[in-house]
Design a protein around this ligand. Structure first.
Ligand code: SF4
Length: 316
């Protein structure tokens, strides 16, 4: 599938002044895409007519992840109904839902022979359930066609979509992820279509519906948040009973997107991880290139082990 130009992807941002893109520091270096595994993954994605967030969000880790066949599928089309200031996924009028996409996704996951898969989507504010039933159909198809693959979903906030979170819990993914993205003070500029407390409430509600399913949430740093705000956000995620927190550096996709305020150093990421662990998360992943789905397969195994260790301590 041909990728749209930046202007086609973000018509709503074209009248904004350009924000020059800062040069990346030495600690942000990525593997260029081009391995045999990368091209095999690309062929499987194309053959099944699917979209990936790896490509649509121009993820810097694509060379490394796709070399291992770790693609994160983006369902319900390539066009989002929101226009977040950090995100490179195209904004506009979305496509009609494709009823055959769940089966094609299941077939692609089986062909990639994945131990763990992450499924995400565009925001579908136009649908009555925000796309929850479509997510559930994708999960069911993967369970059928790739029964040994564990499934992680990274969902929108389903704002004003009564019943959506219940559909998601009943679909029983292995991990339910919803990204908080940034601190509440920055929502009006960074995530204007969303509400901080709606995202927290979604995570808390999911956990209440099925405490056996892991919950996960991610924060981007480098947008102007301060350390006190990040500490409060960690407390808020723990109050929502979130098990796993990811923290990564925001990278500006185009000059029309919000500017990076600063590059957070690897040492600062270490210190954020220590702080988060002290707050009681079962698992924390924090590094400049951490993304929700980065190393999600290995992290899922660590998450299970961390919970088993915790349960053993409770029993002892
Ligand atoms: S980090 Fe996630 S989105 Fe980025 S390439 Fe890897 S799997 Fe894709």
């Amino acid at each position: 599938m041909d990728r749209k130009s930046d202007a086609e992807r973000h018509p709503e941002k074209q009248n904004r002044p350009d924000n020059p893109i800062k040069r990346k520091p030495s600690w942000i270096r990525v593997k260029a895409p081009g391995s045999k595994g990368y091209f095999e993954t690309k062929a499987i994605v194309q053959e099944h007519g699917l979209h990936t967030v790896c490509e649509e969000a121009a993820c810097p880790n694509i060379g490394e992840c796709w070399a291992k066949k770790h693609a994160t599928f983006m369902i319900m089309g390539d066009t989002c109904t929101r226009a977040c200031a950090f995100c490179n996924v195209a904004t506009g009028r979305p496509m009609t839902l494709d009823p055959f996409e769940p089966a094609r996704t299941g077939a692609a996951v089986a062909k990639l022979d994945l131990q763990h898969v992450v499924i995400t989507s565009v925001d579908r504010d136009d649908l009555d359930d925000g796309g929850a039933a479509h997510f559930a159909a994708v999960i069911a198809n993967i369970r059928e066609m790739a029964p040994n693959t564990t499934i992680e979903v990274l969902t929108p906030d389903f704002m004003h979509k009564d019943g959506a979170v219940e559909i998601m819990a009943a679909a029983k993914p292995d991990v339910f992820n919803h990204n908080i993205e940034t601190v509440p003070r920055l929502y009006p500029t960074i995530r204007p279509g969303a509400r901080y407390f709606t995202s927290l409430a979604l995570l808390a509600r999911f956990k209440a519906l099925d405490p056996s399913i892991f919950t996960k949430s991610g924060l981007m740093v480098g947008l102007g948040e301060d350390i006190g705000e990040v500490g409060q956000l960690m407390d808020d995620l723990r109050a929502a009973d979130v098990d796993f927190m990811t923290i990564g550096q925001y990278l500006q996709p185009t000059p029309k997107h919000t500017a990076i305020e600063r590059f957070v150093t690897p040492e600062e990421f270490e210190s954020l991880a220590t702080k988060a662990r002290a707050k009681g998360f079962l698992l924390v992943s924090a590094s400049p290139l951490t993304r929700s789905s980065y190393h999600a397969d290995a992290d899922f195994l660590m998450l299970r082990e961390a919970r088993n260790r915790k349960l053993d301590r409770v029993k002892a």
